[in-house]
Design a protein around this ligand. Structure first.
Ligand SMILES: [Fe+2]
Length: 295
């Protein structure tokens, strides 16, 4: 079995990269730089980027970038995927240069989500300086945050991560939007100390991602981001609240990629080796009214 270390980055596709630049700098408080081919890098820690934007024909999520430790880990991941019958493509030189990695492999899960496995970050290392004074984002060994992906068919998609790529299930939750609506599962998976780096939802999503999450250092910085969202007329997708499973205090807003972004702080850190799967009973301890996203 392979061992994924962290969610290194995510990639969005955009019809208007300038919208992402404004959103990154003025709403998220990240700094930006130009990426090859008219793309954009969003910097939130010492790396050159943790979110990359590729020019394209749609505004949507493009890929989740999973980091392994070294070439041995990379070979193990590619081998495990191939053994499981997954088509794995070698990343092109252009893709490796854009992602700033030593080697890159690309595959698609059963639900059609694109994933990239890489090792050996080759980009720069410099202090993060927010254009609007955000003190920093929590990344490091726990990766850039988390991503929540549509997963239909659910079981087959989940098995790829748990049985082939070494993820473990942090929490299992089932929800019903209405009393007569079908029960949909949401499973939260960990690959390091972050409670979940990946969650899978038993639902379709036209933008290819249900939400991503980035984490700051204090409630004050979450409140400040909420004010910037309002000032920039960004759509609120869920009100402030605190999740029951990872204890994150956060709110959700739309991105220019047509997927949501959870902006939070205070996420639980778990022991990857000993954590036992919990059964979630409710989404949040308080708050998180998702109905605002449908208005
Ligand atoms: Fe989340």
């Amino acid at each position: 079995m392979a061992k994924i270390d962290a969610l290194a980055y995510i990639v969005a596709q955009s019809t208007d990269v300038a919208k992402w630049k404004h959103y990154a700098e003025q709403v998220l408080g990240m700094s930006t730089s130009e990426a090859p081919g008219g793309g954009l890098y969003l910097k939130m820690d010492e790396r050159d980027y943790r979110i990359a934007v590729l020019p394209g024909s749609e505004d949507r999520y493009h890929a989740s970038g999973w980091q392994v430790a070294d070439q041995a880990g990379f070979d193990a991941a590619v081998g495990a995927l191939k053994n499981a019958g997954v088509d794995v493509a070698a990343g092109s030189d252009e893709e490796k240069a854009f992602r700033k990695v030593t080697d890159l492999a690309v595959f698609t899960d059963a639900a059609g989500n694109r994933h990239e496995v890489s090792y050996g970050y080759t980009g720069g290392q410099s202090d993060f300086v927010s254009p609007i004074g955000v003190s920093g984002f929590k990344t490091g060994d726990m990766g850039m945050g988390h991503t929540v992906l549509p997963a239909l068919p659910f079981d087959e998609t989940e098995k790829l991560f748990t049985d082939v790529l070494g993820f473990r299930v942090s929490d299992e939750f089932s929800m019903q939007f209405a009393p007569d609506a079908p029960v949909m599962r949401m499973h939260f998976l960990h690959c390091n100390g972050r409670h979940h780096s990946l969650a899978l939802g038993e639902m379709p999503n036209p933008a290819g991602c249900i939400h991503i999450m980035v984490e700051v250092n204090s409630k004050e910085e979450v409140d400040a981001a909420h004010e910037r969202m309002e000032a920039n007329n960004v759509k609120l997708m869920a009100t402030m609240g605190q999740h029951e499973n990872d204890l994150m205090t956060s709110f959700y807003m739309m991105t220019p990629g047509n997927f949501a972004l959870e902006f939070g702080f205070g996420g639980r850190v778990i022991d990857h080796e000993t954590w036992e799967t919990t059964q979630g009973e409710k989404v949040s301890i308080w708050g998180h009214d998702f109905s605002v996203g449908f208005q």
